[in-house]
Design a protein around this ligand. Structure first.
Ligand code: MRU
Length: 367
């Protein structure tokens, strides 16, 4: 996607220096656009854990490149395997909910094990990192085309009028390598001339909606309105939302969907008001081992400072302010699980299916 008319991905190899991975550091967006050099696996682990990079697809791509950097480092040690395994464990411990993390790490481990020499291991880890990133781009593009059909269908009932779409958090291109999952159909509809308007949940505590989704949509010229997290139910009761599309960090084979905290409440409101609630995901976000999402998907808990403080511009300087009584404790569950019964459909790179095991396995019979 474009930033000030320049095309960007969220992660790439530095030009003329194959030992450096570059990322867009998302922490200070939309006020500062910073590019960070990452030269080792430990720095990539910090970048994932502290959310310089974030979003399921991008976490997977960052883990893929992290394993490539881990191979480069391991090649300078006396015990390649021990060093690689230690980087793998460190990367794996960063964020528990997004399944793309462990999916990418295991894919890298399996690929690296196939090679015999250290040179071949390095080469194959780079090829795999690039393949994970390129696949992510291609899959999101296809999600966009499948989701476009849903928007097109809804638009037939209100020709010429904007389709109002509510989204939560950021499942845009910043959460992937490019295009995004939940936003890909929105960009596709906008680009094909269907008028769309997006209600963007602010998404406390880290404000991924207000900071990132709003910035992305503005960069692409998509009409949007930021709303406080509690507004969606009211809008749905007053027929101001035609469709909800969110992303997901881990989807069980049953169709239960883990996504940013607050998604479940939007799904409940959507069902109560007959608003279709779709979840967009590449197949790398399915957890084929888990059926009961509520019981089995690990929910990340983050530091209470994310709830107690907010960051923004003050007199043109990035500033962090305390919102709460300093002594009050706060809890910070980062995700919740929306049961499959509340999900109208899953938009994947292979098409849209119902949120149940039979339909999911029909689309992905090899799993
Ligand atoms: O904590 P984050 O910002 O990494 O969480 C991301 C989300 O939960 C997004 O909503 C998204 O749907 C999943 S990533 C495609």
């Amino acid at each position: 996607m474009n930033v000030n008319s320049m095309p960007y991905r969220t992660i790439w190899l530095k030009e003329n220096d194959d030992a450096i991975v570059q990322i867009i550091d998302q922490r200070n967006l939309p006020h500062e656009f910073n590019i960070e050099d990452v030269a080792d696996a430990a720095t990539m682990s910090i970048a994932i854990e502290d959310m310089h990079v974030r979003g399921a697809g991008l976490i997977g791509a960052a883990a893929g490149f992290g394993m490539y950097l881990a191979c480069l480092e391991a090649s300078q040690t006396i015990d390649f395997q021990k060093s690689l395994k230690s980087s793998y464990e460190q990367l794996k411990s960063t964020r528990p909910t997004a399944v793309n993390l462990v999916w990418a790490l295991d894919r890298q481990m399996n690929a690296i094990e196939q090679a015999e020499s250290i040179e071949a291991k390095i080469r194959i880890s780079l090829e795999t990192a690039k393949a994970i990133a390129d696949e992510d781009v291609a899959f999101c593009q296809r999600i966009g085309l499948h989701g476009l059909e849903i928007i097109r269908e809804i638009s037939k009932a209100k020709p010429g009028q904007p389709i109002n779409i509510l989204t939560h958090c950021n499942a845009g291109w910043l959460a992937f390598v490019d295009h995004g999952s939940a936003t890909a159909p929105i960009y596709a509809a906008h680009d094909s001339g269907i008028p769309v308007h997006v209600y963007v949940d602010e998404t406390r505590p880290r404000n991924q909606g207000a900071r990132l989704t709003a910035w992305e949509l503005a960069q692409h010229g998509v009409p949007h309105t930021i709303i406080a997290d509690n507004v969606g139910g009211h809008l749905m009761q007053h027929a101001m939302v035609d469709l909800v599309i969110t992303g997901t960090d881990r989807t069980a084979v049953s169709g239960d969907v883990a996504n940013k905290i607050g998604t479940y409440l939007k799904a409940l409101a959507a069902q109560d008001n007959d608003v279709p609630f779709y979840v967009a995901l590449p197949s790398s976000t399915f957890d084929w081992e888990i059926r009961d999402g509520v019981a089995e998907i690990p929910i990340e808990q983050r530091g209470d400072e994310e709830v107690k403080y907010a960051q923004g511009l003050c007199d043109n300087k990035l500033t962090r302010v305390l919102l709460t009584p300093p002594e009050s404790p706060a809890s910070n569950f980062a995700f919740d699980v929306t049961p499959a019964r509340l999900v109208t459909g899953l938009i994947t790179e292979r098409g849209t299916c119902a949120a149940n095991e039979i339909a999911i396995r029909q689309l992905f019979p090899e799993k």
